[in-house]
Design a protein. Sequence first.
Length: 254
Amino acid sequence: MQRKIHKKIKNEDLDFGMKLDFGFWEDQNQPKPRIPNPKSHALKLFLVIFIILLTSCGYEQGSIEPEYDKDGNPIFNEGDVVGHTSSADYLGLLRNITESPYTHVGILVKENGKIKVLEAVGSGVEINNFASFKSRGENGKFTVLRVKPEFQDSLKEVMDIAKSFIGKDYDDRFEPDDNRIYCSELIYKAFKRGSDAKAGKMKSLSDVLGVQKYNPIVSAVIKRKFGGKPDDILVVSPGSVMRSGYFDVIYTDY
């Protein structure tokens, strides 16, 4: 199998929500002059240094060398995340909306020594042969991610949660409950509930769509499915899962 190294992608999911005011303190008795407050500046300097140190420890997606079997094929593990460009996205609509080549994701499971894919597809959440997953991707291409080593101890719990969704119907309305599940929601919820690793980030459908929400085809779908209110719908896209800095790329032929 061909392998090439994936470029590093900065983690978009670490948002510390901290905004600092770098203005000067003003003396209330003499409001016109802008007088620096030494204590305030010392505190601000400390906060700046703290944020730099904090963000320097943030997770960044990298690439690691997998092990290979005797035939030279990379060895994938249960709990690895796999993504591809679904051949069903024949118009490239989802790719344009999410600005990512990935339109479908699943998580790998091991059954009787064979690696298969647990995924949410049109017929529901089920386990399929890896060959089936690959055949449904455009030109048979796919990428496999592995959660970083410091989070691998929680993979059993992640897999237990992922498998608990088996048999659920496919969710084509992005509903927040567990009654029905879509592909990236399955991965997102399994890691969110079973691990400290984040597999993607929830955003409003409006934010995910961006300017594409003005596309006549897209707006018609939104109106039919969601009543034309994308701001009220939270979604996690396959592209967001595949960009997560909590994972490393172990194989890609993109």
